[in-house]
Design a protein around this ligand. Structure first.
Ligand SMILES: *Cc1c(COP(=O)(O)O)cnc(C)c1O
Length: 396
């Protein structure tokens, strides 16, 4: 048994990490490496892999084109770099959550549809129109406001219509749909680009909710004027032809998150997160590491301190639990993850010296494995990465 287990608090339960699968490629210093090499943590984003993933999804969705969902700064990867790369590859439809995200992207996405999932906040309709941003209309009030703007503009204005088929967050509910069925003129002046809905549980292929939502969506569309449809998210694309539509809306799978968690990941890895070792010190048996002394050495140990912490999105739940990779081998995270720093037991890896780079996400440990260890999902791991983490892009 591990001597460490004797002397620490009850060992946190961690999911096993992905097998390193042999030695990863040699560690090159991250391209860029921060302005004048100052960055303590770097997220490398492979834009070629993003484009390859988009093409993989397009091949899996023959019923219609595939959009790019680039909300939350493209899930933390950097929307102003990622979205133009997708556009250059032929992506013509983009979704963000909020108007400000759309305004930041609009100049870089000439001609593409740029839609705001959160709907137009009252008073922002004219801003949407002025910047060629397409609202997703989620309620009768939003429909009325957009139709009123169309009357003032004297022409039909494009919009998507969101139908709630089970998520119970945004979108038209059955009573609102009945109103539109009885009064289709309420949609007058609205150029209905797509009617859309969103899957609740698409990553669980066997969940009966998937088929129920497909049925409810078809029923809802039958009540509305004929319009193209938009249905599947990343995981929905893998549910089969019944979930195909005129426009798929994947986000996560584009960035390499596994859309089929019950099966091997069909996507290319996109991100590599690395952090630099700031210091290495030797401690003796009985000495503790970090806040609250949650780790105590049981042997003469080398403790490496790396420049990443929970303020960077490297989650505190990984305290005494996470692993990173150095030279193809796992390095255990010991002690609490603190705001700006994380400590590792480098005793068995003499190559870990100040200035060395540790692989936090990448070969040997993908984003889903980190998420499992932290008790969350890959979406949260990526979107949590903060602004101190320098984004570096390998070109498409
Ligand atoms: C976030 C989001 C998506 C993309 O979902 P993924 O699971 O990341 O592919 C699609 N549609 C809506 C409405 C969303 O909010």
């Amino acid at each position: 048994m591990s001597p460490i287990a004797d002397m620490t608090e009850p060992a946190p339960v961690c999911a096993p990490l992905a097998d390193a699968g042999g030695a990863p490629p040699p560690l090159a210093p991250p391209a860029g490496g921060g302005e004048k090499g100052r960055a303590g943590a770097v997220l490398e984003v492979d834009l070629r892999a993003v484009v390859a993933n988009w093409r993989t999804l397009a091949a899996r969705h023959p019923s219609g084109p595939v959009a790019g969902v680039v909300k939350a700064d493209a899930y933390g990867l950097g929307a102003t770099a990622v979205a133009p790369a997708l556009a250059a590859a032929g992506c013509r439809h983009f979704f963000v959550a909020a108007l400000d995200e759309a305004l930041a992207l609009r100049p870089r996405l000439a001609k593409a549809m740029l839609a705001v999932l959160g709907g137009p906040l009252p008073g922002t309709e004219a801003d949407h129109l002025a910047h060629d941003v397409t609202p997703v209309l989620n309620s009768l009030a939003e429909i009325d406001a957009w139709a009123a703007l169309a009357r003032r503009a004297g022409r039909a204005l494009p919009a998507l219509l969101h139908v709630d088929t089970g998520m119970a967050r945004l979108g038209l509910d059955p009573p609102a749909l009945a109103v539109l069925r009885d009064d289709p003129a309420r949609l007058g002046g609205i150029d209905l680009r797509y009617v859309m809905t969103h899957l609740v549980s698409a990553e669980c292929a066997a969940d009966p909710l998937n088929a129920a939502q497909a049925r409810r969506f078809a029923d809802a569309c039958a009540l509305l004027p004929p319009a193209p449809r938009s249905f599947a998210n990343s995981s929905g694309i893998f549910l089969g032809a019944a979930f195909g539509s005129d426009l798929a809306r994947p986000g996560a799978a584009l960035w390499g998150i596994n859309p089929t968690p019950e099966q091997p990941n069909p996507m290319h890895p996109v991100v590599r997160l690395r952090a630099r070792v700031l210091a290495v010190r030797e401690i003796g048996p009985g000495e503790s590491v970090g806040y609250d002394a949650t780790f105590t050495a049981t042997r003469p140990s080398r403790i490496a301190t790396a420049a990443i912490g929970y303020a960077d999105g490297w989650r505190r739940a990984l305290s005494n639990c996470g692993t990173v990779i150095f030279d193809g081998a796992p390095v255990p995270l010991v002690g609490r993850v603190s705001m700006d720093l994380t400590t590792f037991d480098a005793t068995d890896q003499p190559g870990i010296v100040p200035g060395a780079w540790l692989d936090l996400i990448g070969p040997g440990q993908d984003v889903d494995a980190v998420a499992t260890a932290a008790g969350t999902n890959g979406y949260e791991v990526l979107t949590a990465l903060g602004p101190r983490v320098q984004r570096v892009y390998a070109p498409a």
